[in-house]
Design a protein around this ligand. Structure first.
Ligand code: ATR
Length: 290
């Protein structure tokens, strides 16, 4: 698929994804197609960067309007912001940076979690018909597996929506630290196996367990899964992980890891452009290119 720009001129805003490696990223295809679709005068580049600090100080003109961050630069990116959103600060990583037109200052955000939370809310909303104004996560028990970057993001996101958070992690100290920040409970992986969640509980795996090539691995026995109303897996290679397949067989609603990526792309697009994301187009571009 060609990027196919209409016109590049003095008013064109430059965006990009900063990472290393970066060749595999689908983001340039996705954002350029979406910019064109809505008539937004911007381009979005794959940016192979060694030093985020050097890159940011070199490209400091207002035309460089915003960036996405991917592995391994999400933490470095945070250090290069003039201002950081409080949740991104807690998580310790940013997923995007936006230059404020008025003063040229760069503000960092982490919207990874919004992608996952949005996908989970939509799946829950679809099954219980809750009004859009009240999050279907409010008051629910939300079990997060893992306490790394993604675990923190999901735990903060769920907490923000009014859920009661339980964190289960291999390294229990990290589970305790995260749980205390979101007023939640920490449990060990052994305790997780016997954990009896109440009705309507949500389970979100943010560990790498189940990722290719070790696709048979899972942290929960199948019989434990029937207690969960919805299971989300941040792992998306394969799309249908063992955890998700077993959850589906146990009768739970499932949310694929790919939905986290698609939904965070919607959120970032809206922050970059101030325009509603062309959701179907973005889904189509990704489907054609994966
Ligand atoms: P990310 O930013 O994607 O969350 P991370 O910060 O490296 O990545 O975190 C990885 C998470 O997966 C951690 O919670 C890790 O548990 P530890 O804190 O004990 O390291 C968890 N994890 C990775 N491999 C695991 C395994 N084989 N079993 C259980 N947990 C695992």
């Amino acid at each position: 698929e060609l990027y196919n720009f209409r016109q590049i001129g003095a008013d064109t805003k430059v965006y990009g994804v900063i990472g290393n490696p970066i060749g595999h990223s689908k983001s340039p295809l996705l954002y350029n197609a979406a910019f064109k679709h809505v008539g937004f005068n911007g381009i979005y580049l794959p940016l192979l960067v060694d030093s985020v600090a050097n890159f940011i100080s070199t490209y400091s003109s207002p035309d460089f309007a915003g960036y996405s961050f991917t592995i391994p630069h999400k933490e470095d990116g945070l250090k290069c912001c003039n201002e950081v959103d409080p949740i991104a600060k807690e998580i310790g990583a940013i997923s995007c940076m936006i230059r404020r037109p008025v003063d040229g200052k760069l503000k960092g955000y982490n919207v990874d979690y919004l992608g996952a939370i949005k996908a989970i809310e939509e799946a829950l909303g679809a099954s219980n018909g809750a009004p859009a104004s009240v999050s279907p996560l409010a008051g629910k028990l939300f079990v997060v597996l893992g306490a790394g970057g993604a675990g923190k993001a999901l735990a903060y996101g769920a907490y923000e929506k009014g859920a009661r958070v339980v964190v289960a992690n291999r390294t229990f100290g990290k589970a305790k630290e995260l749980a205390s920040k979101v007023g939640g409970q920490a449990i060990t992986l052994a305790e997780l196996k016997d954990f009896h969640p109440e009705e309507g509980t949500i389970l979100a795996n943010t560990t790498s367990v189940g990722m290719k090539p070790r696709i048979e691995d899972t942290l929960l026995p199948k019989e434990a899964l029937k207690h969960y109303a919805l299971v989300f897996d941040a792992v998306y290679t394969p799309k249908l992980t063992t955890l998700l397949r077993e959850a589906q067989e146990a009768g739970s609603t499932i949310v694929y890891g790919t939905e986290m990526f698609i939904n965070q792309a919607f959120v970032q697009f809206e922050r970059f452009t101030g325009l509603p994301a062309p959701k179907q187009l973005i889904r189509d571009v990704l489907a054609r290119n994966t």
